[in-house]
Design a protein around this ligand. Structure first.
Ligand code: ADP
Ligand code: MG
Length: 712
C-alpha cells in the first residue's frame, strides 16, 4: 500500500481517537488527503504590529500580546463572579481579555467558545492574535480573533507559518495549529518521495509552473513568499485546469455522440415576423440569434444558456428561435416559472406571431378541461406550433407530434428533475435554450455550465431609461410617501417590496401585512388603491391582485419577492425596497429591473434599517452607483462567495474546489480554460502518450462531473 493511502491513524501523534475526529471535522482520513488540506492563511512572523499602531485603516492586524486580565460577563453585561470554585458557564455570555505589548493595550472579545478561550488565555502568557480591529468606547478591540501560540523553533523554516482550518473540537483534542503543522510535516516526509507529477512536462514547461512536489512542500512550509506564490499558482491552476478539461472533454464527446435535429431552413414565418418587428433588433440580439441558428443547423443537439439582463429582450430571441424550428416543420414550447409570467409571455408572443401563420396556445394549471383537451389534440396533431406554459407542460399527458425546440425561461426556478422530463418528449432530443436574467459571473458560468454554450445579450434596447437608485433610512419615509403621491398623481404606479426576515413564512407574511397596513393608512381609498401579493395566497388571489396592478387598477403593489420574476408593468416607475440590506445584490438588481420599462423616468428607493454593517451599506451604495448586472453579480459573488449566489444552490457547483476560488481566481480560471481548450483541440480524447497524466487525473472521483446538459 502506498503512503498516500495510509490511514491517518498511523501517523505519529494521531492514533484512532484523533483520526476519528480529523475525519469527522475535516474529512481527512488518509495521509494523501491530509497533505491536500492546505493552510487557508499564513502567519507572517515578520509582520507583527505594535498595538499602538492599530488603526481603522488596517483591514486585519496581527499582534503579539501578553494576557493582562480576563473578565466574564453574564446576561445584560452583568459581571460574572469568577472568584468561587466553579464558574457557571451557561450564564457566561461574553469574555473580554485585555492584552498588552510594549506599546499599549487592547481588548479581545469572545461571544462563542467562551469557556475554551477563558481557560487557555491565562494571564501572563503570550499569544498571537489575528483579526479585524474595531473601535468601541474609545478602545481598540478584535471580536473573535484567531489565536495562535507563538511558535519558536517550529519546523517552518521561513517566516511564514500556515494556519489550517480547525474546529473547537479539534482544538479541545489537542490538535492545535502547532500540532497540525507537525502532522503535516510528518505526512509530507512520508508522502513526498511517492508523489508523482500530475501535469505533463510540456504543460509545466509552457506555463512555467513548478512541480507538484515543490508546490506541496511550499504550500505547507513556504521557504519564502515567492515560493508560496509559485506553489499557490501551480495548485490553483492544476485544480481549475483539470476541472475545465473534464467539462470540455464531456462537451466534445457529447457533440460527437448526440445526434440532434438538423434544421437547415429559415422558413416564411421567421421572415414574416422579422420584417414586421416594431423595432430593430439590437446588435446583441442579432448576434445571439445567429449563434442559435448555427446550432440548429449543425445537426447536433443545442444546449445553450442565454444570459441577459432584465429587459434586454430575451423574449424576442426566444420567439425568433422558435420560428426557425417551426420553419423546419417542428413544434416548440416556451416554459415559464409562474402562471402570471406564462400569461404575459403568451399575450406578447401572440402579438409577435400575428403576421405569421403559426398557431400558439397557453397551457397552465388553471387551463380549463375543455381548452386542455383541445390543446392536447393540437399538440398531438401538430397544429399548434408554439405552446407557452408553466410546469403543466411537463405532464405526461402533454404529447407533442414532434417537439424540436424547448425554451426554458428563468431556469433557476425549475428543479433539475423537471427539466429532465423535457427530454422524453421526443425521440431525438429537442434543442434546448435556457434563458436567465440572473447574470451569472463569467467565472461561475464557465464552471457551472462549463459544458454548455453560453450566449450573452450585453446590450439594452434603446430607449430604456436609467433607473435612479437612492439609499435612505426609515426616517425618510414621509418624504418617500410624498414622492410616491407625486408619481401616482402623474398616473404612475409603485412597487413596495418587503424581504423575508424570519425564515418563517407566517411571520414574514405578518411583517408584510403590517407594512401593508401602514401603506394603506398613508394611501387611503379613495382615491388610492393598494394591492398585496404574497406566497401564501392561493394562485387565484395572487393572480387577481397581480393582474389588478398590471392592468393599472391598483396604484401600489405591496409584496414579497414574488414579483421578482419577469412581470412587465411598463407604467410602474417607482420601486421601494424595505430593509434592503436583507436582499442579495443580484436580487435587488432583479427587483429594480421591474421599473424603467416604460417611458417615464424611474426610481428605485432602497430603505435600509438604522442598524446596518459597514459592508452592507457599501453593498447598497454599489447598487446606487451601477446598473450593470454583471458588475453587480461579480461583486455579489466576491462578497458572499459563489455558494450563496442565487441560483447556484439549486444547481450546485459541479465540484468542490480545494484551493482555487471562483470569486477571486477568475484570471487563472480563464487561462486554465483557454489552455484546456488548446490541449483538447490537439488531442480531443487525450489518448496521446504525452497526455497520459491528464487522463489519469481525470479518472479521479473529484473530476467526475455531473453532465448538466443531460438534465437541463
Ligand atoms: P427580458 O430579457 O427581460 O425578457 P423582454 O424580452 O421582456 O426582456 O423585453 C423587454 C422589453 O423590451 C419588451 O417590452 C420588448 O418589447 C422590448 N424590446 C425587446 N427588444 C427590443 C429592441 N431591439 N428594441 C426596442 N425594444 C425592444
Ligand atoms: Mg423575460
Amino acid at each position: 500500500m502506498s503512503e498516500l493511502d495510509t490511514d491517518i491513524m498511523y501517523l505519529k501523534g494521531v492514533g484512532p481517537k484523533r483520526a476519528d475526529l480529523l475525519k469527522k471535522e475535516l474529512g481527512v482520513s488518509t495521509l494523501g488527503e491530509l497533505i491536500r488540506l492546505y493552510p487557508f492563511r499564513y502567519m507572517d512572523r515578520s509582520s507583527i504590529q505594535p498595538i499602538a499602531s492599530v488603526s481603522q485603516s488596517l483591514a486585519y492586524i496581527q499582534v503579539l500580546g501578553k494576557v493582562v486580565s480576563r473578565t466574564l460577563y453574564g446576561p445584560s453585561s452583568s459581571l460574572l463572579d469568577t472568584s468561587g470554585e466553579r464558574i457557571h458557564w451557561g450564564a457566561a455570555k461574553r469574555l473580554s481579555v485585555i492584552v498588552e505589548d510594549d506599546s499599549g493595550r487592547m481588548e479581545m472579545v469572545f461571544f462563542k467558545a467562551v469557556k475554551w478561550n477563558y481557560e487557555r488565555l491565562v494571564p501572563g502568557q503570550s499569544f498571537i492574535f489575528f483579526g479585524k480591529p474595531s473601535e468601541f468606547n474609545g478602545r481598540w478591540n478584535i471580536v473573535h480573533p484567531e489565536v495562535d501560540v507563538p511558535q519558536e523553533g517550529s519546523m517552518a523554516q521561513g517566516v511564514l507559518t500556515g494556519v489550517y482550518p480547525s474546529t473547537e473540537k479539534l482544538k479541545n483534542a489537542g490538535i492545535t495549529g502547532k500540532v497540525m503543522c507537525r502532522l503535516q510535516s510528518a505526512a509530507l516526509a512520508r508522502c513526498l518521495p511517492e508523489i508523482s507529477e500530475s501535469l505533463p512536462d510540456y504543460v509545466l514547461g509552457e506555463l512555467g509552473l513548478c512541480s507538484l512536489s515543490y508546490a506541496l512542500k511550499n504550500i505547507h512550509f513556504p521557504a519564502d513568499s515567492y515560493a508560496l506564490e509559485k506553489a499557490t499558482r501551480r495548485l490553483k491552476f492544476e485544480e481549475l485546469f483539470l476541472l475545465q478539461l473534464s467539462l470540455l472533454k464531456q462537451k466534445y464527446i457529447r457533440s460527437r455522440a448526440d445526434k440532434g435535429i438538423a434544421m437547415p431552413k429559415v422558413g416564411p414565418d421567421f421572415n414574416a415576423c422579422y420584417n414586421a418587428l416594431p423595432y430593430r433588433l439590437t446588435g446583441a440580439q442579432q448576434r445571439v440569434i445567429k449563434e442559435i441558428r448555427a446550432d440548429l443547423m449543425s445537426g447536433h443537439q443545442m444546449n445553450r444558456l442565454l444570459q441577459g439582463d432584465v429587459g434586454s429582450g430575451k423574449t424576442m430571441v426566444a420567439v425568433l428561435s422558435c420560428l426557425l424550428a417551426i420553419g423546419n416543420g417542428y413544434q416548440t414550447c416556451i416554459m415559464a416559472p409562474t402562471e402570471v409570467l406564462a400569461q404575459q409571455h403568451y399575450s406578447n408572443i401572440q402579438k409577435y406571431l400575428a403576421p405569421t401563420g403559426v398557431k400558439c396556445a397557453l397551457l397552465t394549471g388553471s387551463t380549463g378541461a375543455k381548452a386542455r383537451r383541445e390543446i392536447f389534440e393540437g399538440l398531438a396533431g401538430g397544429q399548434i406550433g408554439l405552446i407557452v406554459g408553466t410546469h403543466a407542460l411537463l405532464e405526461d399527458k402533454v404529447i407533442f407530434k414532434n417537439l424540436g425546440l424547448a425554451v426554458i425561461d428563468e431556469q433557476h426556478r425549475f428543479g433539475v428533475d423537471q427539466r429532465a422530463k423535457l427530454w422524453s418528449k421526443n425521440t431525438l432530443p429537442p434543442h434546448v435554450l435556457v434563458m436567465t436574467a440572473t447574470p451569472i459571473p463569467r467565472t461561475l458560468a464557465m464552471t457551472v455550465y462549463g459544458d454548455l454554450d453560453v450566449s450573452v445579450i450585453d446590450e439594452m434596447p434603446p430607449g430604456r431609461k436609467p433607473v435612479r437608485t437612492t439609499l435612505h433610512t426609515p426616517n425618510r419615509m414621509p418624504a418617500v410617501y410624498k414622492f410616491m403621491r407625486e408619481e401616482i398623481a402623474k398616473g404612475r404606479q409603485v412597487f413596495v417590496v418587503y424581504p423575508m426576515i424570519y425564515e418563517n413564512e407566517k411571520l414574514d407574511i405578518q411583517n408584510l401585512e403590517l407594512g401593508y397596513d401602514e401603506i394603506v393608512k398613508a394611501f387611503p381609498f379613495p382615491p388610492y388603491k393598494c394591492a398585496i401579493v404574497h406566497g401564501q395566497q392561493t394562485s387565484e388571489v395572487k393572480n387577481f391582485n397581480m393582474e389588478a396592478f398590471a392592468a393599472g387598477r391598483a396604484n401600489i403593489l405591496v409584496s414579497t419577492t414574488v414579483i421578482e420574476v419577469g412581470v412587465d408593468v411598463p407604467n410602474a416607475s417607482v420601486m421601494v425596497i424595505m430593509s434592503a440590506e436583507r436582499f442579495g445584490l443580484s436580487q435587488l438588481h432583479q427587483l429594480r429591473g421591474r421599473v424603467g420599462r416604460g417611458a417615464a423616468s424611474s426610481h428605485c428607493i432602497l430603505i435600509r434599517d438604522y442598524k446596518c454593517s459597514k459592508e452592507a451599506i457599501q453593498r447598497l451604495e454599489l447598487m446606487c452607483s451601477t446598473e450593470n448586472g454583471f458588475e453587480i453579480a461579480e461583486e455579489d459573488m466576491k462578497m458572499r462567495g459563489p455558494g450563496d449566489l442565487e441560483g447556484t444552490q439549486q444547481s450546485g457547483l459541479p465540484i468542490s474546489l480545494n484551493i482555487a476560488s471562483l470569486a477571486k481566481d477568475g484570471q487563472i480560471l480563464s487561462e486554465a480554460r483557454a489552455y484546456a481548450q488548446k490541449v483538447l483541440d490537439e488531442d480531443p480524447t487525450l489518448d496521446s502518450p504525452k497526455n497520459a497524466r491528464l487522463l489519469h487525473e481525470l479518472r479521479k472521483e473529484k473530476y467526475q462531473i455531473k453532465d448538466y446538459s443531460r438534465i437541463s
